[in-house]
Design a protein around this ligand. Structure first.
Ligand SMILES: NC(=O)c1ccc[n+]([C@@H]2O[C@H](COP(=O)([O-])OP(=O)(O)OC[C@H]3O[C@@H](n4cnc5c(N)ncnc54)[C@H](OP(=O)(O)O)[C@@H]3O)[C@@H](O)[C@H]2O)c1
Length: 254
């Protein structure tokens, strides 16, 4: 806790929202991708939707990082690079890499809810690092938590990006339809891209040693674990030859 009322209440709000999201996703499938259905109000072009939903995490983080006092220490700059290496890619490159049908659309409600969270998340993590954290000085460079966090972040980043690329390669000849993915983390789980995302942000939270980072890990898990379970079930029901020894998201566990 920082003593700043807005920051502290938003942080508590994210933990509460994570619980609400996880409970809701047990009963409702988020209506995008293979679980898309009508009845969710107005829709928006899918690529534009991704840009609008994810870019607040990149831009709001950058703004609050820059206006804070600790924006030139090596540690804070490394954390900035880690954050932006994921979010610049996710906001401005990934939306133009995915294979979508021409004219594909997603509900505005999904984009609004995701974008609102991304803005809050960018504020919490950007301002924590450059305004509220007192430990992110040059001494932190030699702390094992910083080194371990960076290693975990890099592993998660690679797993996430490579797994997403394997999915894109399944649509080399067509912009729609689903096939069974193989290779890398798909040997063990149906959604290694989600596992990579969770490891990425666990590494970031460890490197920054912050509750804001932990709130992001919990929120990510609250969204991705239920969806991974749903997608795993969908794979098993859709493909009779789906590998039976694969788990949903955590190898050998779930
Ligand atoms: N931090 C968070 O809370 C959070 C939340 C959501 C997503 N994400 C990240 O955002 C990225 C995308 O998430 P997502 O939920 O869209 O992932 P996804 O369901 O795995 O889909 C990723 C892309 O691959 C396509 N695809 C999926 N399975 C396929 C298959 N078997 N054959 C061919 N194409 C396939 C999808 O097409 P369709 O769209 O047509 O299904 C989509 O374009 C992931 O890296 C994820 O970790 C993060």
């Amino acid at each position: 806790m920082t003593g700043n009322t807005v920051f502290d209440y938003l942080l508590i709000g994210v933990f509460v929202a994570a619980v609400v999201s996880a409970l809701s996703l047990i009963f409702i499938d988020a209506p995008y991708g293979r679980h898309k259905k009508g009845g969710w109000g107005p829709t928006i072009n899918t690529r534009l939707g991704w840009v609008l939903m994810e870019s607040p995490a990149s831009l709001v983080f950058l703004y609050f990082f820059v206006v804070g006092d600790n924006n030139t220490s090596i540690v804070s700059l490394i954390l900035l690079v880690m954050w932006q290496s994921h979010y610049f890619h996710r906001s401005f490159i990934y939306p133009f890499q995915i294979k979508v049908k021409p004219g594909d659309r997603v509900p505005v409600m999904v984009i609004f809810m995701g974008g609102s969270y991304c803005a809050i998340n960018g504020f919490l993590n950007g301002s924590y690092i450059s305004t509220y954290a007192e430990h992110l000085d040059d001494q932190w460079l030699t702390d094992p938590r910083f080194a371990l966090g960076i290693i975990l972040f890099c592993f998660g980043y690679y797993l996430n990006k490579k797994s997403d690329q394997i999915l894109r390669d399944l649509r080399k000849d067509s912009t729609e339809g689903y096939k069974i993915p193989y290779g890398l983390g798909y040997k063990y789980v149906s959604m290694p891209n989600y596992l990579g995302e969770i490891l990425t942000w666990t590494g970031f939270a460890l490197a920054a040693w912050s509750l804001a980072g932990v709130s992001f890990v919990i929120f990510t898990m609250a969204n991705l674990v239920p969806r991974a379970i749903t997608n795993h079930k969908w794979y098993l029901e859709t493909f009779s030859d789906y590998p039976k020894d694969r788990k949903a998201i955590f190898p050998k566990i779930l």
